[in-house]
Design a binder for this molecule. Structure first.
Ligand SMILES: *[C@@H]1O[C@H](CO)[C@@H](O)[C@H](O)[C@H]1NC(C)=O
Ligand SMILES: *[C@@H]1O[C@H](CO)[C@@H](O)[C@H](O)[C@H]1NC(C)=O
Ligand SMILES: *[C@@H]1O[C@H](CO)[C@@H](O)[C@H](O)[C@H]1NC(C)=O
Ligand SMILES: *[C@@H]1O[C@H](CO)[C@@H](O)[C@H](O)[C@H]1NC(C)=O
Ligand SMILES: *[C@@H]1O[C@H](CO)[C@@H](O)[C@H](O)[C@H]1NC(C)=O
Ligand SMILES: *[C@@H]1O[C@H](CO)[C@@H](O)[C@H](O)[C@H]1NC(C)=O
Length: 305
């Protein structure tokens, strides 16, 4: 054996030894996870044998060395949950699941897991991605002031204003951005309706992704805006039932008019029917007289003979 062969054999032996010492008799598989904001995330791992113990650490990023500090699950220490039960472990034979309830933007990152079985152990890192909430904006009109609210979302989203003809009115609006939980923001934009801007329709678009143009849009037609305004003022005077009453009154009046019309028709029909009956009576009474008259005429020539 030359030295190269010796080295190869040595390396082979070393690799067998190291995999044995790391106990790679069991396989463990955990997949990356993508969860919508405020939903429950589940990082699940499956093995070919019974999983006996689990340790999970939170990392800034799976690719970043030494960024895993906070231990969230450690069954060796009897720690099956953390953050007052928001994060918990479900261990079912060869399946291990870490559930995270009502995920926040800060839950995004790497989860380093150490799984143990009687025949071996393994470690790896799973990435949890939290998709930002994409909530429909709410659009309100108060007098000549239009306000569009996007209550919660990624700080990089944009709000644009358009009129019904697709003209960009964004430059005439003022934007207020406020910090919300977890690095998300709340955006409010206000557009003052000026005669020079007057349009039949106003649309507020929340643009979540500039490249894909993914957005949620809410429009308000100027007519609708007026009714909304009326609703607003009537709500202020706490008398929102008036329109319904109007409808009821109109319906009742319409019903009465129809009744009168029907009554008149019926009366006229009745009169005509009575007239027809009278005529029939006259004919009926007349017939015998006529017949008698005919008979009389028939008899008359005999009398003459
Ligand atoms: C999160 O979801 C819960 C219901 O599961 C809901 O009550 C709560 O308002 C939501 N929070 C946000 C910020 O959307
Ligand atoms: C996990 O265990 C079940 C039986 O409990 C078995 O049917 C399944 O094949 C196992 N999964 C793997 C990946 O070995
Ligand atoms: C779980 O870990 C925390 C520290 O992260 C510790 O304070 C707590 O006592 C542990 N719970 C149990 C049941 O060991
Ligand atoms: C609308 O105009 C604003 C500036 O007034 C601009 O920043 C924005 O990109 C425009 N939006 C579109 C969709 O063209
Ligand atoms: C506001 O709208 C008017 C036209 O109605 C336009 O001339 C003006 O430039 C707009 N202001 C901004 C800041 O875009
Ligand atoms: C919003 O999305 C629609 C498609 O759903 C697209 O046609 C439109 O151009 C988008 N709006 C903006 C301002 O990007």
């Amino acid at each position: 054996m030359d030295s190269l062969q010796k080295t190869a054999v040595y390396l082979l032996f070393l690799s067998i030894f190291s995999s044995a010492s790391h106990g790679q008799f069991a396989t463990f598989k955990c997949g990356d996870v993508k969860t919508e904001y405020n939903k429950t995330a589940a990082i699940s791992c499956i093995s070919n044998t019974k999983i006996t113990s689990v340790t999970v650490k939170r990392c800034e990023n799976c690719n970043k060395q030494n960024s895993c500090s906070q231990t969230i699950i450690n069954t060796f220490a009897g720690n099956y949950s953390s953050e007052e039960g928001r994060i918990w472990l479900v261990l079912k034979h060869n399946i291990s699941e870490v559930h995270i309830q009502a995920v926040k933007a800060t839950d995004q990152g790497g989860y380093k897991w150490y799984l143990y079985s009687d025949t071996g152990e393994n470690q790896g890192c799973t990435t949890l991605e939290i998709t930002d909430p994409e909530i429909e904006p709410s659009l309100t009109m108060n007098g000549r002031k239009l306000a569009c609210l996007s209550p919660l979302g990624h700080r990089q989203r944009q709000i644009h204003w358009f009129n019904g003809h697709g003209n960009n009115l964004t430059g005439n609006a003022s934007l207020v951005s406020e910090e919300a939980e977890d690095g998300l923001t709340s955006l409010t934009t206000t557009l003052h309706e000026k005669p020079s801007l007057a349009a039949s329709e106003y649309c507020c678009t929340v643009l979540f992704d500039v490249h894909t143009k993914r957005n949620k849009t809410k429009c308000l037609s100027a007519d609708k805006a007026v009714t909304d305004y009326l609703h607003f003022t009537s709500a202020v005077t706490s008398d929102p039932e008036i329109p319904k009453e109007h409808v009821a009154t109109i319906l009742v009046l319409l019903f009465l008019v129809l009744c009168c019309f029907a009554a008149v028709l019926y009366y006229k029909h009745r009169q005509r029917a009575m007239a027809r009956e009278n005529f029939a009576d006259v004919i009926r009474n007349l017939l015998p007289i006529l017949r008698q008259h005919e008979k009389a005429e028939e008899n008359a020539p005999n009398q003459e003979v």
